[in-house]
Design a protein around this ligand. Structure first.
Ligand SMILES: [Fe+2]
Length: 261
């Protein structure tokens, strides 16, 4: 089925245009999760913990350790926000779902990560078409602990806000996709995953480092910006950064060349 048709059928895939500001940090209430929702978190966490060593980036695993995300129950956004603020000056806002791009990037530009607080159903352990709190908290927040990634993530937001050309915006979206969501990095121990879209998916974590995926260098950034992607299937092409210093510097250079930073 055409992906736009599929997306239109699932209300979680329809971006929300905000009419009010989101609660941030201590203003994010803790939802009344059911026992089954807490059990889904435990199951997802346990399944990923088994396969992330040797696959996830050292930087991601360090962030996960520092944040100390609870294995047993869904973390409170207010607690994660407090920890991030102490570490890199980022905070968490509670979003009711997938945000309109301009709203989302506007928050990133202010070092605020819009985060969902609902969790997928047990029938969706392997795949969910829109972000949930396992993707957002377990997948995203450990990388925001890394100072260079944290700065790069803010720069993406600032560049997007400065972008008025739809074609350029599409390029920026592709860079976001192949870094924040699906990036690979060279670690001393070998090729590792830092992309949150991979790290929150058991099946894609196993697939992404396999020989079925073409791995290309992150430079030139123009080649990343020109690479189409498919949100409905495993990625066939991924891009590899040498380091997070490289990611931050080369993205800033690309955005500077196009008048976005
Ligand atoms: Fe994401």
């Amino acid at each position: 089925m055409d992906s736009t048709v599929t997306a239109a059928l699932d209300p979680r895939c329809v971006p929300i245009k905000l009419t009010h500001t989101l609660p941030v940090g201590d203003d994010c209430p803790y939802p009344a999760y059911t026992d089954d929702e807490q059990a889904v978190w435990r199951t997802l966490y346990r399944r990923m913990e088994e396969i992330l060593p040797g696959r996830a980036a050292d930087e991601y695993l360090a962030g996960l350790r520092v944040l100390g995300l609870d294995h047993e129950k869904i973390p409170a956004l207010a607690d994660v926000s407090r920890a991030l603020q102490r570490l890199t000056g980022w905070r968490i806002a509670r979003t009711p779902g997938l945000l309109d791009a301009a709203d989302f990037f506007g928050y990133l530009a202010r070092r605020i990560f819009p985060c969902t607080d609902y969790i997928r159903t047990r029938a969706e352990l392997d795949y969910t078409p829109a972000p949930d709190c396992f993707h957002d908290i377990f997948g995203h927040t450990p990388m925001i602990v890394h100072p260079r990634f944290a700065d790069f993530y803010q720069q993406i937001g600032r560049a997007a806000l400065a972008c008025s050309d739809p074609a350029r915006m599409e390029q920026l979206t592709r860079i976001y996709w192949f870094t924040v969501e699906f990036g690979l990095v060279k670690n001393p121990g070998g090729l590792r995953i830092y992309g949150n879209g991979i790290i929150s998916s058991h099946a894609e974590t196993l697939h992404s480092l396999s020989d079925q995926v073409v791995k290309k260098p992150f430079l030139p950034v123009e080649s990343v910006a020109a690479q189409p992607y498919d949100i409905w299937h495993f990625q066939e092409t991924l891009f590899v950064i040498d380091s997070f210093d490289q990611l931050e510097a080369e993205f800033a250079a690309w955005a500077g060349r196009h008048g976005l930073l």
